[in-house]
Design a binder for this molecule. Sequence first.
Ligand code: NAD
Length: 282
Amino acid sequence: MTLIDGKALSNKIQQEIEEEVNKLKQEGIIPGLAVILVGNDPASHTYVNMKEKACERVGFYSIVHKMPETISQEEIIETIKMMNNNSRIDGILVQLPLPKHIDTNKILEVIDPAKDVDGFHPYNMGRVVEGLDSFAPCTPIGVMEMFKEYNINLQGKDICVVGASNIVGKPMAALLVNANATVTITHIYTKDLASHTKKADIIIVGAGKPNLITADMVKEGAIVIDIGINRLSDGRLVGDVDFENVSKKCSFITPVPGGVGPMTIAMLLKNTLTAAKKRRNK
Ligand code: NAD
């Protein structure tokens, strides 16, 4: 069994980004990321802190717009429009989830697609599905980078994606189809999840349910990618996979923490760097 080391790969990518930023700085270019954070969700605050620190590490300019839970939709939209027009900003990210009174789709659609470094705008989603050059959501492209790094060929593979959200499962499935894999997407209404996972050469799970994938659901030699992040009542951070038992059957598996999570951050930085270069025709 090979452990896929997302942390090491993320560090390597961040080092490459830092080197590129140093070169851009000599031309007076500093990539900039704006983050919009609404409310007091502790997990969202942790993620935004991590993103801010990562920006600092690679030499980006970054600003965080912290807004109270009670903010109106119009005020968020106005801030995004300001960032769309701000020449120091190359990437705009709205930390999800937003409070219930805010229409998330309306907010995401206001972001200039050229600054949509999270890849959630329908314009970029459509281009991802068509396999065109675009900003794709950071977590799925982070998983694709892992496959590349570990020389895992996807062509013709049976892949079961567990979870079908707009930010994880659906774009993940689109990227895999474009890499010529045979993809099954499963979700909460799937009748018999195990019947799908057992057939899969590769299982990619992002459901947010600890121990959803157990050893009896996994075929011998399978590759398992665990996107889930769950905080248990004892404070431990775990994924969606029963790592201890599933790992014994796998050829490759990602740990939680230290797997997909750090890759998501690296891909956010990479998308922001790409946005900065594209805006200046580099
Ligand atoms: P979500 O709640 O929007 O979607 C969850 C999906 O899982 C849904 O499609 C749902 O139908 C499916 N699902 C839920 N329970 C299921 C079950 N019992 N069987 C089959 N499918 C089931 O969540 P999300 O935003 O897509 O996030 C999913 C998980 O991934 C969460 O744990 C989240 O914290 C994690 N996540 C991690 C990263 C990362 O960087 N590693 C990034 C984004 C999300």
